[in-house]
Each structure stands twice: as structure tokens, then as C-alpha cells.
Design a protein around this ligand. Structure first.
Ligand code: NAD
Length: 302
């Protein structure tokens, strides 16, 4: 008998992940509060249940792919008219939360699942809709070693690289640290290009030097914020995402919460959060996060 999976949250990321699990032979039942998401998943061949709890009651594994920590908490414990999945699931069900949420919220989700007699791992992802569709997401997993091993077969279907990062919350910790690093490096690369241009350097010359020197990084060589040197980067198609500024601003909000709760003084990470929220609020939300270079240019010209 195939493993049954309840998939809660069938949005941009959840739908293709659920489709890949079904294609790999898992018995997938999905649920989403949004009718459009339910219809799109049904059209892609996913069985839809009436409630999240109904899906969870039948499942060996419950995956959530939601927008924020409050939604995960609500789906786990239930709200008025929507029974929680923790209470509905069979004893010792494996819960995998793939949403990007605060480290503290992930630890609370583990606690709630354990209290209800279940296993839980946090497994935020990196790789966007392209990676979700191709089944090549990077999966960052927090939880007990045995629970990681139980989750691995499922995670290997939706992800290309599956890393056990440590205890509960460690997957979210890895994600928030990586994205804070990415934000700072993208701003730094963009500032260097704008300065180079103002000094009379061509973008091609700076790219040729920096990509082969100590300035080399992913923001430069894969997601280059100027058109030309890296043909596949969003800068070549008017900054269509890619990884949107809205999501980067969200992740930097989670980084700010982690900085606050740990007392770590990350000046550049904090500044990156301010820069990206300002850009998101002034019209950049839907653009790839590398479009921050346009904001730096605009400020520089003023
Ligand atoms: P999305 O908004 O497209 O999908 C989330 C879905 O959850 C929506 O369809 C929404 O209706 C549903 N939902 C909300 N509350 C619910 C509830 N109580 N019960 C059932 N369904 C509910 O978002 P997404 O782009 O799929 O992102 C999901 C998560 O993955 C987010 O945490 C995001 O930060 C993270 N993420 C996204 C990307 C990306 O490129 N989109 C990349 C990496 C990580």
C-alpha cells in the first residue's frame, strides 16, 4: 500500500510539490482555503478533501506549505469552523512543515505536534517555483535524527538536496541565515556595479574581474543584477522573478526577529532588511530582488 500524504497549502510552491509526490506514487490528498488553488490542484490531478483535518485523518504524512507561522499554527491547532490537523491525525503521524516561518514559530510547531503525540520536522525550501516544479528544491531540515530519516523519502521526491541541519527549528535557522547573507551580497554587488558605472567602467569589465577575483559570489555569477554577463539572470528580462523582492523582504523580517531574539548585532543584515522593505513598499515587491540595483541607481542620481 502506498504512503498517503495530506498536502495543506496548494499555492505556487505547494501545488507542484504535491503533483511531484503524486507522480512518484504517493497517495496525495490536498487542501487549500482558496478555491482557485483547490481547482488548480484538482486540474493537475490532486484529490481535494473538504477540510485540512479530513485530509490529515487519512494520512501517514502531513505536509504544510503555507505563507506564515500563524497559518501553520492555525492549521495545526484549528480555528472556528476548521478543526486542527494535529487532533485529526492518527497517532504518531509525521508532520513536515515546508513553509518559511520564524525559528521560534517552528519550535512551537514541534512542541504542539509532540504534545499531540506526533513527529515533526521543519523543512523550509530554496529554489522557487522552478525548483518546486522540477523537484530540485534545496530542503533544510530541523528535527530529531530518526524523524529526519522518516521524512527523507518524501523530501527526496520534492527536493534535489536534503540536508539535516540539526534540532527542531534548525532548518528555519539555516534558511534565515542563508537569505540574510544573500540579501547583503546582492546589495553589495549592485552597489559595486553602480559605482563602477559612475567611474566609467563597463559592466562587462567589472564582471570579468570580480567573477574571477575575491568579489565572486552567487549574486554576481548566477543572479547578476545587470543585463549581459549572465544571460539567464532576471536583469535580462526586466527583473521578472526569480525570487521576488516581496519574499526577500518577508525573509529579512524573519531574520530581524531572529536577531532580536538572539541579541546578535548584525548591522548589514538589519540594514538589508530596511533597504528591501523600502523597495518592496515603493513598487518593487513584484520584481526580482536583484532589481534593488535600480533603486540604488535612482538614489545615486538624486
Ligand atoms: P502561496 O501564497 O502561493 O501559497 C500558500 C497557500 O496557502 C495559498 O494558496 C493559501 O490559500 C494557502 N493557505 C493559507 N492559509 C491556509 C489554511 N489555513 N489552510 C489551507 N491553506 C491555506 O505561497 P508560496 O509561494 O507557495 O509559498 C509558500 C511558502 O514557501 C511561503 O512560506 C514562502 O515564503 C515559501 N517559499 C516560497 C518561494 C517562492 O519562490 N514562491 C521560495 C521559497 C520558499
Amino acid at each position: 500500500m502506498s504512503t498517503s500524504v495530506a498536502f495543506i497549502g496548494l499555492g505556487n510552491m505547494g501545488r507542484p510539490m504535491a503533483v511531484n509526490l503524486a507522480a512518484a506514487g504517493y497517495d496525495v490528498t490536498g487542501f487549500d482555503v482558496f478555491e482557485g488553488a483547490r481547482d488548480a490542484a484538482a486540474a493537475a490531478g490532486i484529490t481535494i478533501s473538504a477540510t485540512a483535518a479530513d485530509a490529515a485523518a487519512q494520512a501517514d504524512v502531513v505536509i504544510t506549505m503555507l505563507q506564515n507561522g500563524k497559518q501553520v499554527h492555525d492549521v495545526y491547532t484549528g480555528t472556528e469552523g476548521a478543526p486542527g490537523v494535529l487532533a485529526a491525525a492518527k497517532p504518531d503521524t509525521l508532520f513536515i512543515d515546508c513553509s518559511t516561518i520564524a525559528v521560534d514559530d517552528a519550535i512551537e510547531a514541534h512542541r504542539l505536534a509532540a504534545e499531540a503525540g506526533h513527529r515533526n520536522v521543519d523543512s523550509p525550501v530554496s529554489g522557487g517555483v522552478v525548483g518546486a516544479t522540477a523537484g530540485t528544491l534545496a530542503m533544510m531540515v530541523g528535527g530529531a535524527a530518526a524523524d529526519f530519516e522518516s521524512a527523507k523519502p518524501v523530501l527526496t521526491v520534492v527536493g534535489g538536496r536534503v540536508v539535516h541541519c540539526g534540532k527542531p527549528g534548525a532548518g528555519q535557522a539555516a534558511k534565515v541565515c542563508n537569505n540574510m547573507l544573500l540579501a547583503v551580497s546582492m546589495i553589495a554587488v549592485s552597489e559595486a556595479f553602480v559605482l563602477g558605472e559612475s567611474l566609467g567602467l563597463t559592466d562587462e569589465a567589472l564582471f570579468e574581474v570580480a567573477s574571477n577575483a575575491s568579489g565572486q559570489c552567487w549574486a554576481l555569477t548566477t543572479n547578476c543584477p545587470v543585463p549581459g554577463p549572465v544571460p539567464a539572470s532576471p536583469a535580462n528580462r526586466d527583473f521578472a522573478p526569480g525570487f521576488s523582492t516581496a519574499l526577500m523582504a518577508k525573509d529579512l523580517g524573519l531574520a530581524a526577529a531572529a536577531l532580536q531574539s538572539t541579541g546578535v548585532d548584525a548591522e548589514l543584515g538589519t540594514m538589508a532588511g530596511l533597504i528591501y522593505s523600502r523597495f518592496a513598499e515603493s513598487g518593487g515587491a513584484g520584481l526580482d530582488f536583484s532589481a534593488i540595483i535600480t533603486e540604488i541607481r535612482a538614489r545615486s542620481a538624486a
